[in-house]
Design a protein around this ligand. Sequence first.
Ligand code: FES
Length: 169
Amino acid sequence: MTPKHSRRQFLKNTAKGTFSLMAMSAVPLSLTACNDLENINTSAMANLGPLEELKTGPFPKKVDYVVTIEDGWITQERSGFVFIQLEEKNNEMMIMSPICTHLGCTASFAKEEQIKNGVTFFCPCHGGQYDEFGNNIGGPPPRPLDLFQPFIKDGNVYIPVLSPTERNV
Ligand code: FES
């Protein structure tokens, strides 16, 4: 079995619900997540890496990923990234999508002078501003950055890249 094939098989297993077996309570750091897979597209799960590394600051931090997406007979590899923040009050790790909630451009870390004004993430398309927890604080974005529900397998954190979750505000 080639590495690519075994990876494909892994993703297929994932789609069959392997992730529903994971016990979130077993992880040392709680995550902003649930195990409800009903509304989650698990056909494209990206491995963000070991939880032990991800829970280490400084926060917020950018974490890159590469994911294989299978749609019918088309398989494509896509790269992306997320922002990870530690919500200290509840000791929860937030995994945020960088996709701006205005019109879908990609937000990045703010520049020095913007940070002085409380902006952590900035969308260059129309000047969208978000604070360190991804809350929209300026410009046209109508809501905070979306979150990914994480799933743990063998100590690694996976996210369903096609199914970010809107926050209730
Ligand atoms: S798309 Fe980000 S501010 Fe418009």
